[in-house]
Write a protein that binds this ligand. Structure first.
Ligand SMILES: [Zn+2]
Length: 238
């Protein structure tokens, strides 16, 4: 299946938190979008890998993505090496996206910056035809996405551009709340973490609202780029 956009996250819920509203909007506009999670989030303080799997499936349905896969890399300990790059290359060549979204370039959780570089490197390597991969016994052709954009996570990284997601913030919050074990729940008996606070839950909306404020919209999500942003005409930026 050919996709327009493929979003990678080190952990299930990274994509929802980083760019869930953008994905919901692109799907509503008719784009085909998929999600690939690198790990099962098995080191998460609350819940379990099995529960996260169900939650991730529910979140994907809320966002309306066409496919969601999990590469089952080791949470916390995966590395940016040939073996891991090849697994990501297989996904890129399988879905042939023009746009790849991936983790923040630098963040509080070490898997985020690591996953960001890993996916970015794999996007480049995937375009080299002499790197041979196969899936289900079939050889794959090379494919390099046109662009790689990094969503913003825990840290307030200055975005290179923002997407107006007015009208889609509720869908984003719903997709995040599909991870019922991971976020604020006044009745939870499990240990508290930085992402289980009420403030963190509220931050999903207020951070998007603040980015929206700066572009005279209600809500926005920010991204960073790896090369200059290009437009066809000056009017594209109005
Ligand atoms: Zn994460």
């Amino acid at each position: 299946m050919k996709l327009d956009i493929l979003a990678f996250g080190a952990h299930p819920d990274d994509v929802e938190l980083g760019c869930g509203a953008t994905i919901a909007k692109e799907v509503a506009l008719g784009k085909k979008v998929g999600i690939v999670d690198l790990t099962q989030g098995e080191l998460g303080t609350r819940g379990s890998a099995e529960i996260r799997k169900v939650e991730a499936t529910n979140a994907a349905a809320i966002l309306g993505v066409s496919v969601r896969e999990n590469l089952k890399f080791r949470d916390g300990f995966f590395t940016n090496d040939e073996q891991h790059q090849l697994e990501i290359i297989k996904m890129i060549r399988k879905y042939r996206p023009e746009i790849v979204l991936c983790n923040a370039i630098d963040d509080r959780h070490i898997d985020h910056g690591k996953g960001s570089k890993l996916v970015s490197d794999a996007c480049f390597l995937s375009g080299l035809r002499r790197i041979e991969t196969s899936l289900d016994g079939e050889g794959q052709e090379e494919w390099r996405p046109k662009v790689v954009y990094h969503y913003i996570q825990w840290k307030n990284i200055e975005p290179d551009f923002v997407v107006d997601v007015t009208g889609y913030i509720d869908k984003k919050v719903d997709s995040v709340m599909a991870y019922t074990t991971q976020f604020f729940d006044a009745n939870s008996k499990e240990p508290s973490t930085p992402i289980t606070s009420k403030n963190f839950l509220d931050s999903i909306t207020y951070r998007a609202q603040d980015l929206g404020r700066l572009i005279n919209k209600d809500f926005a999500e920010g991204f960073t780029v790896e090369r200059y942003l290009a437009v066809n005409t000056l009017a594209d930026l109005i």
